[in-house]
Design a protein around this ligand. Sequence first.
Ligand SMILES: Cc1cc2nc3c(=O)[nH]c(=O)nc-3n(C[C@H](O)[C@H](O)[C@H](O)COP(=O)(O)OP(=O)(O)OC[C@H]3O[C@@H](n4cnc5c(N)ncnc54)[C@H](O)[C@@H]3O)c2cc1C
Length: 415
Amino acid sequence: MIMDTDLQSLRQEVKAWLADNWDPQRSLMDWRIKLVESGWGAPDWPEEFYGKNLPPAAVNAIAEEFAAAGAVGSAQSGVRFLASATLLEHGNDDQKRTYLRRILTGEDAWCQLFSEPGSGSDLAGATTRADRKGDHWIINGQKVWNTSAHHADYGLLVARTDWDQPKHKGLTYFIIDMRQPGVEVRQLKQMNGHASFNEVFFTDAKVTDDQLVGTLNDGWQVAVTTLAYERRSFARIRTVTADRHGDGPIYAEYAKEVEIANEPYTWYPQRAGRVDLVVERAQETGAIDDPAIRQEIAKLLTLNQSAQWYGARLREAQKAGTTRGPEGSISKIAASNIARLASDVHTSITDIDAMLTGPQSPRDGIIAEILVSVPAVSIAGGTDEIQRNIISERLLDMPKEPRFDTGPFKDVKRN
Ligand SMILES: Cc1cc2nc3c(=O)[nH]c(=O)nc-3n(C[C@H](O)[C@H](O)[C@H](O)COP(=O)(O)OP(=O)(O)OC[C@H]3O[C@@H](n4cnc5c(N)ncnc54)[C@H](O)[C@@H]3O)c2cc1C
């Protein structure tokens, strides 16, 4: 808990530090190095790993001071956020030193290599294999749906290292260098016209011992951490544009970085249903005068607001260490319900024109993009059915689903 007076003096400290150090004439990398060395780039991280060990209330206050000064922050977004959260919990000190700093500076981009053609919901059924050879591991197999893999320097990889163990026991979590000959990334085109996911093929790709995260054959526990952060992050509002403006070369570099990092995510606000557009659209089309549509809008805004409050409460509880872990599944289900309802409301407001795309269509095709992007929310990061299973089994302590896959994984029937 941080007191208001502490927060005020912290704000003064940040202001003073920014007044002495923020300079938009610097290069982005030069500034980020300064930021990382100061700890202000990741204030809630441990002091020995580029942070200041501060609570979440402080992080928000610091972000506000940065915004007020027009100062650029660290590069911790997208899968970089998942990678850093996972490494902070499970990585060893060498891994934290090697990778966390470059996540904050933006030197490395990351992707998540979990899903496979035969194991999405059943993630623990992964068959991509890691075989020991001398002092390293050889990776063979295929992943799919991997967002941003076409930009990534490193991947968070779950691979099978022991086929004699039961399904959840023989998996290991690795960091894999994506820029090596044994890794082939192929982009996939989606029904909304974007191409943000990939198939990734491994043919004798290599990972070294120092890239193993956690313990051998215990990668499932590490993967659960990544997934928990991913599900919680559905409650966040994603910004897709550079929100820093001003004169100075750093802003141009930053805008370029944001453009590349956000390229796979430009449709994510539409995927979330664009609740922010609903009232404006109802006003501009006159649908606001329709009592049935007004009811639906009220229902949507109420659900959306309560989900945001739940998300905020969850983030505080998580920092205070009072969560059980799987609560992010509730945020995820809420995000799906909100997106679906928003898509229905947009359709009622815009009527048949909601299907039009192109420059003369409503909102330049954004409404149509909502309709074909919303289904992804209920799939990404684990489907609605899987979230319900998690909530019932791990939060409500209801009986578990019957299992037919408890023996050695090599004997489990697949596909
Ligand atoms: C936008 C987006 C981004 C993604 N990004 C990534 C990424 O970066 N990295 C990555 O690894 N993956 C990523 N994914 C993949 C995502 O995690 C999987 O698509 C998801 O887990 C579902 O797996 P599946 O597609 O194989 O569906 P399946 O597992 O084949 O499921 C098919 C249907 O069966 C239902 N079902 C399955 N098992 C059960 C059960 N036990 N009980 C009840 N119903 C069940 C499901 O709910 C679903 O309706 C992404 C997906 C999307 C849509």
